[in-house]
Design a protein around this ligand. Structure first.
Ligand SMILES: CCCCCCCC/C=C\CCCCCCCCCC(=O)SCCNC(=O)CCNC(=O)[C@H](O)C(C)(C)COP(=O)(O)OP(=O)(O)OC[C@H]1O[C@@H](n2cnc3c(N)ncnc32)[C@H](O)[C@@H]1OP(=O)(O)O
Ligand SMILES: Cc1cc2nc3c(=O)[nH]c(=O)nc-3n(C[C@H](O)[C@H](O)[C@H](O)COP(=O)(O)OP(=O)(O)OC[C@H]3O[C@@H](n4cnc5c(N)ncnc54)[C@H](O)[C@@H]3O)c2cc1C
Length: 697
């Protein structure tokens, strides 16, 4: 939800309380009852009906393909409607609230969501969806998304037994306090200390410097009572590096900070509304004592005597919570992207410009080839990210099960894939939301389009949970040709193969696409490896550093190959529903050929394809856009988003955009009075002064 709070208060103030408000200042259609009846009648018209009629596939079945199962469609539908119909979850003035009002509104919504979850005895799946549709970043995201998973992943059974029930019932509220003012990406560089005191069997948590202040954790600033704090473990005079500790921050009686704890909010963030609903916080410790058993001890322990014992597991398991969150961020990318694309496609079908010579209808902007070539790749990317997200979720579940059985063989692959996919999908999505804003012309810049706030909320995903560049470099440092890197085992073939494409249609062959993408990714990786060894005769690290810009591009090529591969695999599956498979096939081809066209330099420079084959790919892309065009609106309908969730007058399901835009404008606080505040102080004297000057001439 992008906006929040009750609309009643603003309406009353707007229409009945203002002494300076003129009746004639209302929108014309609100002046008499006939006007509003007319508006109602208009609202019943589906302005996009003609678009929906041209779809060549079964939209209901596409909803199933998008959601993953019939059950998933059904549950999502119920939860979305539950939220949309509840006045507490209204979100039509969020960008106009002050920071304090917005934060209080977030607390209110979170409390109400919890009440509904308990009253309706919702399952975990339903509760997650309900929170998703409430759609306002807040402390609960970190409580459920990071605090609980950190305890589950890094706590012993006893610790889980003690802390999880408290967290599940909201008897405590937790956040994830890792990043510090001086260090975020470099986790090993964190400065907060946890020194074991064997005399009292406690850890002393301390912030030795200003730069060691915890800085950024969501939910920390005002809401959390507890945190999982990452600190350097020091025992018997030795520093054992970063470990997690459960630390109580605030009183459970009156919410005041506990002795030795200094904490607050770090201040306003990018955009109005947006992520300002979240209380990202600052936290300092002055020798705060916690019992020894509040160190998360699944991976390593400190004994009563102060001895450090490390279980026989990779130390990177400490980063497990981040891997978990990165895979959910990939799933989320397709949601954010599909929302923006849904708005832009529907509005582009409604919006008309030019094309009429004789006063007849103008052209829908969706019919312009340039609009299609900017928009349809984003539509295809939304589907591509959805399916690769499903696969990543499978990979994560698989690695988790293996870890339970002490099999760590796929840990590195899971880290590389989550890091790389998180980086690529969030960067593309952030850029795509901005592109959708431009695709909606001037109206896209209005808050009521929903796009500015969607962008402002989404864009930090490129930074949080690992800066995208840092994560891509992690991927680039991967060494073994296993899992998704297995194609590297075909090095001899892929280094010399030549694409057999000789016509535009040949690019519809998934094998041709797959081979071109594999050869490009492999050749870029091999080029990097060769350049690294040439750049640094003595040390590999120096060469890696020197060639890191090229490594980034090679990492992106590898991730794009994974996305294309998983889309192709999806389309190969049995997919029920008239025309559904064909549409997905077309979108898969759009995605792959668009990437090929956009990165043509890579494909040509590595000699995977010829310039002529590149031109044929572009020719085929144009044909695919024409194939997508009649299905575009139905393809975004398949996302199954309610108007409430979309939060956009431009993306309304019925396409009745103009009355909605007009009505929204009048809700702005500036329109509460006809004559603005400040007129008598600043405008009138100015005008009068000028008039006086003129009269003297
Ligand atoms: C919460 C739910 C979210 C859902 C998302 C929905 C979004 C919806 C929008 C709004 C809703 C609001 C919700 C928003 C939530 C925001 C949450 C944000 C929370 C945070 O940001 S928490 C802080 C995150 N911080 C980071 O990510 C830091 C990044 N840095 C690192 O990860 C590491 O420091 C590093 C990986 C870059 C380097 O680590 P280091 O120990 O120095 O390691 P290296 O020497 O480079 O590598 C050593 C070795 O380890 C391997 N390795 C590294 N990491 C991992 C890992 N995670 N798993 C496994 N293995 C790992 C590495 O490859 C090396 O291996 P090798 O030796 O080469 O074999
Ligand atoms: C909205 C939001 C919510 C957050 N929530 C939380 C939370 O709940 N809990 C928490 O602990 N943290 C949280 N964070 C912090 C977040 O995880 C960090 O900001 C993130 O990991 C990036 O680290 P940094 O800020 O130190 O960036 P820096 O590492 O300082 O990055 C600055 C620049 O340096 C570049 N750079 C850094 N290292 C390298 C390198 N090795 N090679 C090349 N370039 C490099 C980066 O690409 C970037 O351009 C949040 C951040 C935001 C914005």
């Amino acid at each position: 939800m992008w906006r929040g709070g009750s609309n009643t208060r603003t309406c009353k103030r707007r229409f009945f309380s203002s002494p300076t408000r003129s009746r004639h200042h209302r929108p014309p259609y609100m002046l008499h009852s006939r006007g509003s009846q007319h508006l109602k009648a208009m609202a019943e018209v589906d302005h996009l009906a003609a678009e929906r009629a041209t779809a060549r596939f079964d939209v209901e079945e596409m909803k199933v393909a998008w959601a993953g199962s019939r059950h998933a469609v059904h549950v999502a539908d119920r939860m979305a409607r539950l939220v949309a119909s509840d006045p507490v979850f209204r979100k039509d003035n969020r960008t106009m609230l002050s920071r304090k009002e917005l934060f209080k509104d977030t607390l209110r919504k979170a409390a109400h969501a919890w009440k509904r979850i308990v009253e309706l005895r919702l399952t975990e799946e339903e509760a997650d969806l309900l929170r998703q549709y409430v759609d306002q970043p807040g402390y609960v995201d970190l409580h459920w998304g990071m605090f609980v998973p950190a305890i589950k992943g890094q706590g012993t059974e006893e610790q889980q037994h003690k802390w999880l029930p408290l967290a599940y019932k909201f008897q405590i509220i937790g956040c994830y306090a890792q990043t510090e003012l001086g260090h975020g990406s470099n986790v090993q560089g964190l400065e907060t200390t946890a020194t074991f005191d064997p005399k009292t069997d406690e850890f002393v948590i301390h912030s030795p410097t200003l730069t060691s202040s915890k800085w950024w954790p969501g939910g920390l600033g005002k809401a959390s009572t507890h945190a999982v704090v990452y600190a350097r473990l020091i025992t018997e005079g030795k520093d054992y590096g970063i470990h997690g500790f459960i630390v109580q921050l605030r009183s459970l009686e009156d919410h005041s900070p506990l002795p030795g704890v200094t904490l607050g909010d770090i201040g306003g963030k990018f955009g109005s509304g947006a992520y300002n609903s979240m209380d990202n916080g600052v936290l300092r410790f002055d020798h705060v004592r916690i019992p020894r058993d509040q160190m998360l001890m699944r991976l390593s322990q400190v004994t009563r005597e102060g001895k450090y014992v490390h279980s026989n597991v990779p130390k990177q398991l400490l980063y497990g919570t981040m891997v978990y969150v990165r895979q959910s961020i990939v799933a989320d990318a397709s949601k954010a992207l599909s929302r923006a694309v849904c708005i832009a496609v529907r509005y582009s079908a409604v919006r008309k410009q030019f094309g009429s010579q004789d006063g007849g209808p103008e052209t829908q902007v969706l019919n312009y080839k340039t609009q299609q070539s900017r928009l349809f790749p984003l539509l295809a990317s939304a589907y591509a990210f959805r399916f690769v997200g499903d696969w990543l979720n499978w990979l994560y579940t698989d690695v988790t099960q293996k870890l339970e059985a002490k099999d760590f063989s796929t840990l590195q692959e899971a880290h590389a894939c989550t890091a790389g996919l998180k980086a690529v999908t969030t960067s593309v999505t952030a850029d795509a939301i901005e592109e959708c804003r431009k695709l909606c012309g001037g109206h896209g810049y209005l808050n009521s389009s929903g796009l500015p706030e969607l962008f402002a909320v989404y864009v930090p995903a490129c930074t949080y949970e690992g800066d995208n560049v840092v994560l891509l470099l992690q991927l680039a440092s991967g060494k073994q040709p296993v899992g998704t890197m297995a194609y590297m085992g075909k090095v001899q073939y892929l280094m010399q193969c030549k694409s057999a494409v000789s016509s535009a249609e040949d690019w519809l062959n998934p094998d041709a696409i797959q081979e071109a993408f594999e050869a490009r990714a492999l050749r870029m990786a091999v080029n990097c490896a060769q350049n690294i060894s040439q750049a640094a005769s003595q040390e590999e690290a120096a060469g890696f550093y020197e060639r890191s810009p090229d490594l980034l591009e090679a990492a992106v090529a590898h991730i794009q190959l994974i996305i294309v591969t998983k889309f192709i695999e999806k389309v190969h599956q049995e997919i029920p529903g008239h025309g559904v498979k064909e549409q997905l096939q077309a979108l898969c081809n759009v995605y792959a050929l668009y990437i090929l066209h956009k990165h043509l330099g890579d494909f040509l420079a590595t000699g995977c394809i010829t310039p002529r084959q590149g031109a044929l790919a572009n020719e085929q892309l144009g044909k695919l856009y024409a194939q997508v065009r009649p299905n575009a609106v139905a393809l975004v309908d398949a996302f199954n988003y309610t108007d409430h969730y979309l939060g956009s007058v431009l993306g309304r399901y019925d396409g009745d955009v103009y009355p909605a835009l007009y009505e929204e404008a009048w809700k702005d606080p500036l329109n509460e009075t006809v004559v603005p505040e400040g007129y008598h102080e600043y405008l009138r004297p100015l005008i009068k002064q000028q008039q006086l000057k003129l009269s003297r001439l």
